[in-house]
Structure formats: C-alpha cells, structure tokens
Design a protein around this ligand. Structure first.
Ligand code: S3P
Length: 182
C-alpha cells in the first residue's frame, strides 16, 4: 500500500548495502534508521552467529519475525532488513502493509567480492560460498522482486552517488507521510 506506507524498508541479499545506504537515506531525509539484525543483537547482547549456534536458524527466524513486526509498526523510519526476511509470508505481509519497499539488487559475483572477508554471517560459514549464494539468489530474488516498490542495482558507484540515486528514485514516486522534500 504505497501511498500510505509509513516507513522505507530496504530488502535484498547479504552485501547489497541495505544498512549502509539505508542509514544514509535516513540521514538525508532527517528520519530515523534501524537495522533489524543490529537491533536484535543490541537487545540480546549476542551476535546473530551465536543466535544461530544456540537456537538454530528457526530460532533466529522467529526472533527476526517478532523484531521486524515491532519495527514496522514505527513511523517515519528507514528499516534495513536481513537478507532472509522474504522467506516468510508473514514478514512479506507486514513489510507490504507498512513499508515503501526498496530492493537493492546485486549479482552473486559482486556479493562474493564485498563479503570476501566476512566472518559474521552464519550462512557464509560454508566451503563453497558461490554455490550457497547462487542457491539463495535462485530462491529469494523472485521474492524480493515481487515485494519491491522500487528495484535499484547496487553497483560499485560511490556511496554518495548511490545515496543520491536511491533518494531521488524514492522521492520520484513516494513522499513520506505527506512531507515535502523538494
Ligand atoms: C541472512 C542475512 C543476514 C542476517 C542473517 C541471515 C540471510 O543479514 O539476517 O545472517 O538469511 O540472508 P544481512 O542481509 O544484513 O547480511
């Protein structure tokens, strides 16, 4: 429900820039920013890796769903989600209902480059990252696409350029709660 969406919700795969660009967009619109995974980590005092270790992926997904639901009930907030949120129909429904949805699209090769040194993502603790990311992309990319109000290629342009592009693309089609950002 684009016209009445209260928040901007960034979706997309790991490494697509949801948190980095989302935070910049929030700053540029003078509205709040929150990252779903970081908020979980902050409240629990442990990182996502440890949640996966102790409670398994299903335990993490339940926590993620509750956190996402709470965050989506905010207003005037940019929300960065984890790459797996679209696997739950309940998550997709709440995002659709409460958010203007921006999908940052990225090819697997670019994800591999960006996440080369990453040790904090549990799903990347695997001998063949390429195979894993290709499998996730095959399953999830159609879901991101289906949920998106706006799809933007997450390229290697500078952060400032990407932020300008994303901001303009958002404001071309959506105005947060009737504000004027001209
Ligand atoms: C996940 C992505 C991560 C995090 C968790 C699971 C996924 O978030 O939620 O490790 O399923 O793709 P980012 O997309 O911010 O890396």
């Amino acid at each position: 429900m684009v016209a009445t969406a209260k928040n901007i919700v960034f979706i997309g795969p790991m490494g697509s820039g949801k948190s980095t660009i989302g935070r910049r967009i929030a700053e540029s619109l003078s509205i709040g920013f929150v990252d779903c995974d970081q908020e979980l980590e902050l409240r629990l005092g442990v990182d996502v890796n440890l949640i996966f270790d102790i409670e398994g992926e299903s335990g993490f997904r339940e926590r993620e769903n509750r956190m996402l639901t709470e965050l989506c009930n905010r207003e005037d907030t940019v929300i960065a989600t984890g790459g797996g949120v679209v696997m739950s129909a309940a998550n997709c429904a709440i995002i659709r209902q409460r958010g203007f949805v921006v999908y940052l699209e990225i090819p697997v090769a670019a994800q591999l480059d960006r996440l080369y040194l990453d040790k904090k993502r549990p799903l990347l603790q695997t001998p063949d990252r390429n195979e894993k990311l290709e499998a996730l992309a095959a399953h999830r990319n159609p879901l991101y696409q289906q949920l998106a109000d706006l799809t933007i290629q997450s390229t290697n342009r500078s952060l400032a350029t990407m932020t300008r592009l994303v901001r303009k693309s958002i404001l071309d089609v959506w105005t947060p709660n009737g504000r004027n950002y001209a």
